[in-house]
Design a protein around this ligand. Structure first.
Ligand code: ATP
Ligand code: MG
Length: 422
């Protein structure tokens, strides 16, 4: 099951075939929107439509807020409703969902993974996670990728993930990965809306929530159209007056500079961490709806010297890949992040010790290394990192260090046990 910033999907992998499944309206995906109506909750298309008419009681974009706040009916409860809906829709198709693999951004930290798993457990699911890039790499492995170096980029509504993947035969191995929760399709839409207000000298604080919702909808439509047409009209009715602004594809690139810069920073990080160059990439794969923006594919063509591939449906790839990961289970090439306390402890430990700048040492990369390296060498490396971290902290926060050391110990013990009793 994939909970996106914009869209949600479920996919099933059985008998060697994988497919995404429709919701109870026979549609896919299900919009990641929830609303409260007369004391009852609704999910999906209904909630998306009510964002315009009842913006106070309708919610979207909560994936990005997971782990940041947990007020009553906050992001965890909102996400939980979506998972509940996906689960009940699957039941209508005769699928009883219990053990579920969900793709998450590699930019997700401990608190986000924790919040996501809480929302899933609240929906009666037993969650495990792969990253978006791992999932895409698996999906393309089943689509025939082998013996090549591939760059994967997933730009969704609210997150960016990029990874370099080496296929040894058909088996994918993540070499480096990086991501950001600060850039996604929503940000490009917001920038268009801001430009509209600026050009027409409308003070954003003068808009009520209905006008804001209307503007967002118009900016979203203009953004989608800009992927097809060189010039679009962004229009809306504000304070009773009809207003419009013409925007060209070139204007859009200028308006989006800040976001495109963030995308390029993440890509640079992936290549730096892998100590390789874009010209070494054999294949470049785009997924996520926002990667349909022409600026993304043309930027990548310039960078890698080849045309990006989008042969699998871009909005479905990571969900399909997650379903493959679910079918492969522990036989798969990637370590599925379990969500018990030990693995979360390990995740928090690894975050504490490696810090943000060593992103390719996040747990997914560790997952690969954990399989390959002896526990002794792992213990040594982790302990060395812990002491570097302790030095950096200068003894300022002994509690964090104690917690990190304790979670390291329990993590290694669990690994040891798992290896002895696979
Ligand atoms: N043709 C298009 N041109 C530009 N943007 C598009 C196009 N189609 C979809 N998008 C954008 O793609 C985003 C949704 O993509 P997707 O469904 O992959 O995101 P998500 O999985 O919900 O989000 P995330 O993975 O970031 O949490 C939205 O911002 C949408 O506006
Ligand atoms: Mg996505």
């Amino acid at each position: 099951m994939a909970l996106g910033t914009t869209n949600c999907l479920a996919a099933l992998c059985a008998g060697g075939k994988c497919a995404t499944l429709p919701n109870s309206f026979g549609l896919k995906p299900t919009p990641a929107a929830v609303c409260l109506m007369d004391g009852k909750a609704a999910v999906g298309e209904i909630a998306k439509n009510r964002l315009l008419t009842h913006p106070e009681t309708s919610f979207e974009g909560f994936k990005r807020r997971l782990g940041h706040n947990n007020e009553n009916f906050g992001p965890i409860d909102q996400a939980s409703l979506v998972f509940r809906k996906l689960k009940s829709d699957l039941k209508l198709l005769g699928v009883e969902a219990l053990d579920v693999v969900t793709p998450v951004s590699c930019a997700f930290g401990y608190s986000q993974v924790d919040a996501m798993s809480e929302s899933m457990r609240g929906a009666g699911l037993r969650p495990r996670f792969v990253t978006d890039s791992e999932a895409s790499a698996l999906a393309y492995s089943y689509a025939g990728f082998k013996d090549c170096l591939a760059l994967f980029i997933d730009l969704g509504g609210g997150t960016l993930d990029a990874a370099l993947v080496s296929y040894e035969g058909a088996r994918p191995r993540i070499i480096s990965c990086a991501g950001s929760m600060e850039v996604g399709g929503d940000d490009f839409t917001d920038s268009l809306a801001q430009r509209f207000l600026k050009e027409l000298r409308i003070n954003s604080s003068s808009l009520d929530i209905y006008e804001r919702a209307e503007l967002k909808k118009s900016a979203e439509a203009a953004k989608l159209q800009l992927s097809r047409d060189p010039v679009v009209k962004l229009e809306g009715i504000f304070m009773g007056k009809s207003r419009e602004l013409i925007i060209s594809a070139d204007d859009f690139i200028t308006i989006s500079k800040e976001h495109l810069f963030k995308v390029s920073k993440v890509l640079q990080q992936v290549f730096r961490d892998a100590s390789t160059r874009p010209s070494r990439v054999d294949r470049c794969v785009l997924s996520g709806g926002a990667a349909k923006m022409p600026a993304i594919s043309s930027g990548l063509s310039r960078m890698t010297g080849g045309f990006p591939i989008r042969s699998l449906p871009p909005e479905e790839v990571s969900c399909i890949g997650a379903s493959i990961a679910a079918a492969l289970g522990d036989q798969g090439p990637f370590l599925l992040r379990a969500t018990n306390n030990t693995s979360l402890g390990a995740l928090s430990y690894i975050e504490l010790v490696t810090g943000a700048e060593e992103r390719n040492l996040r747990l997914l990369a560790w997952g690969e290394r954990l399989r390959q390296e002896s526990l002794g060498s792992l213990r040594l490396q982790l302990t060395q990192r812990l002491s570097v971290f302790a030095g950096a902290l200068g003894g300022r926060n002994p509690k964090i260090l104690e917690e990190a050391a304790a979670s390291l110990e329990s993590f290694l013990k669990k690994m040891d046990k798992d290896r002895k009793n696979p």
